[in-house]
Design a protein around this ligand. Sequence first.
Ligand code: ACO
Length: 436
Amino acid sequence: MLTNSFTGETAELIIDGKGYRLPIIMGTEGERAIDIRLLRAQSGYVTLDSGYMNTGSCLSEITYLDGEKGILQYRGYSVEDLAEQCSFVEVAYLLVNGSLPTRDELKNFSHMLGKYALLHEDMVHFFDRFPPNAPPMSILSSMVNSLCTFYPEMVNNPLEKIDKMTARLISKVRTVAAFSYKKSMGHPLVYPRHDLSYCANFLNMMFDSPVNPYEVREEVVRALNKLLILHGDHEQNCSTSTVRLVGSARVNLYASISAGISALWGPMHGGANQAVVEMLEEIYLNGGDYKRYIERAKDSKDPFRLSGFGHRVYKTFDPRSKIIKQVCDEMLNALKLSDPLLDIAKEIERVVLKDEYFIERHLYPNVDFYSGIIYRAIGIPKNMYTVMFALGRLPGWIAHWKEMWDDPNWRIGRPRQIYTGPKLRPFVPIDQRSSA
Ligand code: ACO
């Protein structure tokens, strides 16, 4: 149960000479916030915070991050420890349930993931109706929304069946992702197998073929586990806030997650991993002159930005990007691969970290800067990179939806606005109107 941590202290806001005392609350890691929930009722004022730069939308026990110090923790565990020691399935369990699984709990959860991996065959036919070039993120969002039509019993009292829904979603989203790839290639579908782990199963569904059996390599499975863990949750980012906001209207989990997938699609958010590789390819094909692109990114008249740099919250290294860079090196070495895009990426990072423009604005590589190069090495096509992000983020979205649903202080999400349009004016009949 989420508890308000009132410190007993207050902040005083003075408007037109009148003082309003606002309670100060504190999180477990010492974060302090001014509780303005009663401000409008008491003073008639609302607050304005476009882009939610400074607004806490909820209390949450799932993820702690400190953007100034580059700290990221899930349920109190550092992401570095989790990436080093756990499988993605363990971390998914941790995010959704709040504690690391025991051996028995992990066995049971893994068993459920195996049990629910198949899609209803009628759903499989949906894939035949999408155009061949349909973006996989669009397919993923539609298919996840459709799940509630096949599993409607999940909708009425969701928290009673949350374990089942969680396993269904985490397992089936992986199958949807792999099937959408196979369909886009015009290749036969490869069904999930009970004997393979979560990540190995995904890789096998993606790349196995009747003419070319796929060898699941341990190095690739390890890299994929780490990538998914690092994407597991990131507190109130755009897609997670979307899941919470949509879910706050008391809509079912599948519809809420489908909305989150749509939010993640954007190039300013999860779509950045694809944008990074496209940018690196363009630089490579244009002779490798990355410095020209860095100069463009600094030009205020040019809308171009260096994809994979900057973050709303991190004003130092994104801790995930450090691990991902290491995973990238390890995996390419293990597979004895080299990639000119990785060389360009490292050069860009080296130059940018010494450049005043980026230093002044605290722009560091983010989680997306190296992840696309790993996906490329695995053989995942560019338009699937953001789908991979969604696979990793899914347990985080589910955890937030569950926490929001269970919160005794739950209210439907409904921001205010400051109206700046025309004042009330007389209605003009159509034949008396002139164009503006
Ligand atoms: N390249 C060049 N300049 C940049 C970049 C960049 N990647 N990112 C920010 N800036 C500049 C802005 O132009 C602005 O400069 P100004 O003060 O001279 O106007 C300043 O840095 C601050 O930028 P904002 O857009 O105000 O920062 P905000 O916190 O709103 O945006 C964002 C964060 C969207 C991530 C931004 O850094 C960006 O567009 N990065 C590239 C896209 C990207 O990699 N997105 C993935 C983010 S991680 C994730 O969502 C999983």
